[in-house]
Design a protein around this ligand. Structure first.
Ligand SMILES: *Cc1c(COP(=O)(O)O)cnc(C)c1O
Length: 423
């Protein structure tokens, strides 16, 4: 559930009207509901009952510093996949950080070892060797959790399925014991956990139950070898609702399905949700610039583009779209499209909306995760502002970019004498 509601036809984020925010900050505009975000965190945490656990928010879903600070203040950690995210988490006051990702660079490993971390989620023997080498040079001990590829089908979009044996992620389960033995014999490596991450927008609890079973089997085999891990990390990948009446498990359901299997293991459980915490805490408010009729379709051309929200173009994501102000009357079918010169710059096709007028505001839902964090400057467009709402107050948590930002790192070089270049 979320805290976006209508009052006499007008859409509100908590107690603040989206129309007012659009007037104040312009469009396109990302708007987040703090209460929705905090709610998801809290219900997930409570679902563990008395099982020792921690929630590590996946920073790549949304790395806005203020949102990361909310996680820090709630006592959560962060799962990061780059040095940029590591630094953002630290800057926001996050104390515990997991460093994941299949391609960590040497400088990233070094910085994390120096700055401290919960563990590296290690995805290959090659990576492990490099971490050991760097830890030796620095005189540090690197905490390690192997990310297992449990080969379970998460049944989601193929671009965001990561736990299948054909994917680049994780280490095949058959090699795990041997690698853990190596880790436990190294002076510079310390085995602390076992991890999985099956993919994203996984709409049933079944793959988690199956994956956890496989992790537990290895955990037990390790115990027999006297390799005692302190953490079991079940990753993220819980779904967020994209349509209104979609029956999906909520953040607490994914945990409740696993809790009976969690008892008596003597470890801390870790989960790394991103989308399910922040996804439907965010909306994108955009303005209709033009209405036009093609050969057979009506188009609403809006001021947000695929540079602001790439998910429909990249994953065929279907984000619910509603007018900010409900006018009623007969509905018409529109293709809601952005201004960018690509056919994939389309937010929805044949969406029934009450007749639109130029200048109307539309709202795209469930864009809090992988929205602004995947935004770009394509078409030399400026990235949008972000606003966080708490009750009847709003906070600008990211300013809209300006043209100085756009060119900041570019050099304008006069190369001279281009006539002399022979064709
Ligand atoms: C992306 C990612 C997550 C978060 O995934 P969501 O689908 O947003 O919950 C968690 N852990 C790892 C290792 C990831 O790469």
């Amino acid at each position: 559930m979320d805290y976006f509601t209508r009052k006499s036809g007008k859409l509100f984020c908590e107690s603040v009207s989206l129309t007012r925010l659009a007037e104040r900050y312009g469009t396109p505009l990302y708007v987040y509901s703090l209460r929705t975000f905090v709610r998801h965190y809290k219900i997930a945490s409570r679902a563990f009952g008395d099982i020792p656990h921690s929630i590590f928010f996946s920073a790549k879903a949304n790395s806005n510093l203020t949102l990361l600070k909310v996680i820090a203040d709630l006592g959560g950690g962060c799962d990061v996949v780059s040095l940029g995210e590591y630094k953002a988490a630290r800057k926001a006051g996050i104390k515990r950080v997991i460093f994941s990702g299949a391609g960590k660079r040497p400088d990233e490993i070094e910085a994390a070892l120096k700055g401290g971390l919960e563990f590296f989620g290690v995805e290959s023997e090659n990576e492990l060797e490099l971490i050991e080498k760097i830890a030796t040079r620095l005189g540090k001990t690197a905490p390690i959790s192997l990310r297992l590829n449990p080969d379970v089908n998460p049944i989601t979009h193929k671009y965001i399925a990561t736990g299948l044996k054909t994917e680049k992620f994780g280490i095949p389960a058959g090699r795990a014991i041997k690698i853990y033995k190596y880790i436990s014999q190294s002076d510079r490596l310390k085995p602390v956990g076992i991890s999985m991450h099956l993919g994203s927008q996984i709409q049933t609890v079944k793959p988690f139950v199956e994956g956890f079973r496989k992790l537990k089997a290895i955990f037990r085999l390790l115990l027999e070898q006297r390799i005692v891990l302190s953490h079991i990390d079940l990753g993220g990948g819980w779904a967020a609702p994209f349509t209104k009446n979609q029956k999906l498990p909520g953040p607490s359901d994914y945990i409740k399905a696993l809790v009976p299997q969690m008892k008596g293991l003597g470890v801390e459980f870790i989960v790394e949700p991103g989308r399910s915490l922040v996804g439907n805490a965010g909306v994108l408010v955009t303005k209709v610039i033009y209405l036009k009729t093609g050969y057979s379709r009506k188009f609403a051309i809006v001021d947000a583009g695929m540079n602001d929200l790439i998910r429909p173009a990249l994953y065929d994501a279907d984000h619910r779209i509603e007018p900010v102000l409900l006018r009623g009357g007969r509905s018409t079918k529109y293709d809601v499209v952005g201004p960018i010169c690509e056919s994939s710059d389309t937010f929805s096709k044949k969406t029934a909306l009450s007749a639109l007028h130029q200048g109307d505001l539309l709202c795209l839902f469930t864009v809090g995760a992988y929205g602004q964090s995947m935004a770009s400057n394509y078409n030399s467009r400026l990235r949008s502002a972000e606003v966080l709402v708490r009750g009847n107050r709003d906070y600008l948590i990211r300013e809209r970019e300006n043209y100085t930002d756009l060119w900041r790192k570019q050099k304008l070089i006069d190369l001279k004498n281009l006539q002399k270049i022979k064709p």
